[in-house]
Write a protein that binds this ligand. Sequence first.
Ligand code: NCD
Length: 309
Amino acid sequence: MNKLKSKHLLGIKDLSIEEIELIFDTAKMFKEVLSRPIKKVPSLRHITIANIFFENSTRTKLSFELAEKRLSADIINFSSSLSSIIKGESLLDTINNILVMKVDMIVMRHPSAGAPHFISDKINASIINAGDGTHEHPTQALLDSFSIKEKLGSLKGKKIAIIGDILHSRVAISNIYSLQKLGAEVMLCGPKTLMPKFISEFGVMIENDIKKALKWCDVANVLRIQLERQEIKYFPSLREYSLYFGINKKLLDKINKDIIIMHPGPINRGIEISSDVADSKNSIILNQVENGVAIRMAVMYLLSLNNNQ
Ligand code: NCD
């Protein structure tokens, strides 16, 4: 296989194992490019990409933008707070106005689940989901699985615990799909109130005791409490959350096992993870960020092969 089936990347759910492996092989090649003195290739010099962000972002936005520059694409950036959205323009009108300027690919982050899926039916350009509400965040899951594979050689039979605010996490959902497709076992751990109701239908284990989850896993992917998506209180206080679910060195020392520590960022130090864990030798948090550029280069390059506008 040397092509993806679709010209869009909306979620991991629709990707086959072969497609994920193709993205990883391509990302490996681009990672080598990124280690050269001249970190740039002309692959997308014929392509114009619009980065459309309706929600805050640091890593994802910068990483897409850098990946586009490394591939020599022309780019434009749009952020909703500075746009005509607040003057009443609809999402589809905004997108169509951008596309008529001969844009070939859209990278979109939106607070509503399904927004990129809705747009993908109505446009000719390729669309990449950079996070839609609490639904999916496919490039994050790809870079997460790629980073685990790089560290452990393979995901087959590996035990991955995703810990924290699962209910509001698109990273968790996309990770479940990706990890399971690649043969890993997945456990979710967090307070019962932050577990989605029907999540066991995904074939994952659920654990509410952090010590048991840590004893079980090879890799702990720690998530932030997404207070901005919480209209009601799901636990008494952040202090209490941290006491029961926060990961710190003392806890890891008790378990006495080498566990790889991951986090998609942004980290809230001292809440879900302590500094001595986030910055420890077992942490691959910055490797995840580094791999994000190569993964996004791979995704955009492969989608461009299917883009015959
Ligand atoms: C995540 C997101 O935006 O979904 N961050 C990211 O993309 N690296 C997770 C989060 O915001 O906590």
